[in-house]
Design a protein around this ligand. Structure first.
Ligand SMILES: Nc1nc2c(ncn2[C@@H]2O[C@H](COP(=O)(O)OP(=O)(O)OP(=O)(O)O)[C@@H](O)[C@H]2O)c(=O)[nH]1
Ligand SMILES: [Mg+2]
Length: 461
């Protein structure tokens, strides 16, 4: 790990770009709509759409089965794209005059909560995935729960909606290929299986241009005011190789509006978890480890509790995600079936950490660094005053007992002490007069003032 950090220090620091030749990919990873031909991201996206259409055709043809329906949404719901130089790819649906779909292609996903319904698409998962999911739900049920609420957070385009679609094995959440999702409100997708409710809350991008949107964070806070959140899935892309300023702003925004306690319930999810997401020449597992370390550290710096474990789950929503012999979608390096792995990690948090209950007052108080240690102020002041009094006393006593020429005899010590006592009484009297002068009536003040100046004059001689 040490070698790795030396070679790729910017993983953790996030200050520098990784390698020049990867700059295009880095831009793409940060959501800039420039895609490196070398890395084939454009091809990737378009291929995904093609794959999605193929999947759909296969399902309509009666060939559905296995994990087909849950394939990567790609631009699911968007239909064909039109390339406009300078603007990029725009859904053809936006141009009905050009043959954009208004009933032909896949229907756009609903934006509003659609309520609770039976999780029918659970049975379309491969048998091993179904078994894994039912086992996780059973563990929760044995703990006395009948539902699990998962809040999905992250920057725009990291794959929040795609992950919910993969998890529910449906194309319910709106997936946008080129960050055109203008949603401002969270959307609730609840599915019931064998009496257990899995509630996934999809959230809009937490950014507006280059700034964190407090309005969207407030909307999220409002949506979770009514029910507890068992786990939070904080998503980022695995092919993004650093925690940058925007990431930090998002993490700080989450802490500021929702409160630092929310991080105790977090699982970190990295989407696009394919071998190619690691930089050239870097071992995949080491890349994942470095990204996890950097993100955990950034969350900690943003106010997350130091003891939060923050498990990491790898996610690949692409329809090109490899599968194992049981038909389950798997991720490198060990070929882990990722949907079950993700749900197990989420269930683990739900079982071991108190559910997060949003509380506006507590969040504001806990996340405001100016207020965090306010209770210490009176204690520090009292300690300072006590110390000063003690120091004065020690110095006075020291002055009575001797000077630079050595200690005084007993008689002199006694005289010095009495002198010191008189001086103190005199100082006290003067202070009282000053106070009276400041607050008294003008007549009284004049008297005191005369009296005071006379004495001051006396003192001068
Ligand atoms: N290859 C690959 N593409 C993905 C993955 N997850 C999401 N995408 C693609 O990334 C793009 C954005 O995905 P979304 O699911 O809309 O992302 P989001 O976080 O919901 O975006 P906003 O709602 O705009 O915040 C789409 O083109 C997805 O097909 C993944 O795991 N692998
Ligand atoms: Mg989305």
């Amino acid at each position: 790990m040490a070698e790795y950090h030396d070679e790729h220090a910017d993983y953790v620091s996030g200050e520098e770009e990784y390698e020049e030749e990867d700059a295009d990919l880095l831009d793409a990873a940060e959501g800039v709509n420039e895609f490196s031909e070398e890395e084939g991201l454009v091809d990737d996206e378009i291929d995904e759409e093609d794959d999605d259409e193929d999947d759909e055709a296969a399902e309509q043809g009666g060939g559905g089965g296995g994990g087909g329906a849950g394939g990567a949404p790609g631009a699911g719901g968007q239909g064909q794209m039109l390339y406009i130089p300078g603007l990029g790819y725009i859904p053809l649906a936006n141009f009905p005059g050009l043959g954009g779909m208004r009933g032909g292609g896949p229907a756009a996903a609903p934006q509003q909560p659609e309520g609770e319904r039976e999780w029918e698409s659970l049975s379309d998962f491969p048998a091993a995935t179904q078994e894994g999911l039912l086992n996780a739900m059973q563990a929760l049920r044995e703990d006395g729960r009948t539902e699990l609420t998962l809040l999905v957070l992250g920057k725009g385009g990291v794959g929040k909606s795609s992950t919910i679609n993969s998890l529910l094995n449906e194309r319910c959440a709106n997936v946008t290929a080129f960050q055109q999702d203008t949603a401002t409100q969270p959307t609730d997708y609840s599915r019931v299986a064998q009496g257990f409710t899995l509630r996934c809350i999809d959230t809009p991008s937490l950014l507006d241009q280059d700034n964190v949107s407090d309005a969207k964070l407030e909307a999220i806070a409002k949506s979770i005011r009514e029910h507890q959140v068992d786990a939070v899935l904080y998503l980022d892309r695995l092919d993004s190789w650093k925690v940058d300023t925007l990431d930090r702003k998002v993490l700080e925004g989450v802490t500021r509006v929702l409160g630092p306690d929310i991080w105790a319930n977090a699982v970190l999810g990295f989407t696009r978890a394919s071998e190619s997401s690691a930089p050239a020449g870097v071992d995949f597992a080491a890349h994942v480890q470095a990204r996890a370390v950097a993100l955990r550290s950034a969350i900690h710096k943003a106010g997350g509790p130091a003891d939060a474990e923050l498990a990491v789950a790898l996610i690949e929503n692409s329809s090109r995600c490899p599968t194992n012999e049981d038909g389950e979608k798997v991720v490198p390096p060990a070929g882990t079936p990722w949907i079950v792995d993700l749900v197990e990690k989420v269930a683990e948090v739900a079982l071991n950490v108190e559910p997060f209950q949003y509380n506006a007052k507590a969040a504001a108080k806990a996340s405001n660094p100016n207020r965090r240690r306010k209770w210490l102020i009176p204690l520090v002041l009292a300690a300072q005053i006590g110390l000063k009094l003690l120091l004065d006393r020690v110095l006075d006593e020291d002055g009575c007992r001797g000077d630079a020429n050595g200690p005084f005899d007993e008689q002199t010590v006694r005289e010095r002490r009495e002198e010191l006592k008189r001086e103190k009484e005199e100082r006290k009297r003067k202070q009282e007069r000053k106070k009276a002068l400041a607050s008294g009536t003008s007549a009284a003040a004049t008297t005191f003032y005369d009296d005071f100046t006379e004495e001051e004059d006396e003192d001068d001689f």
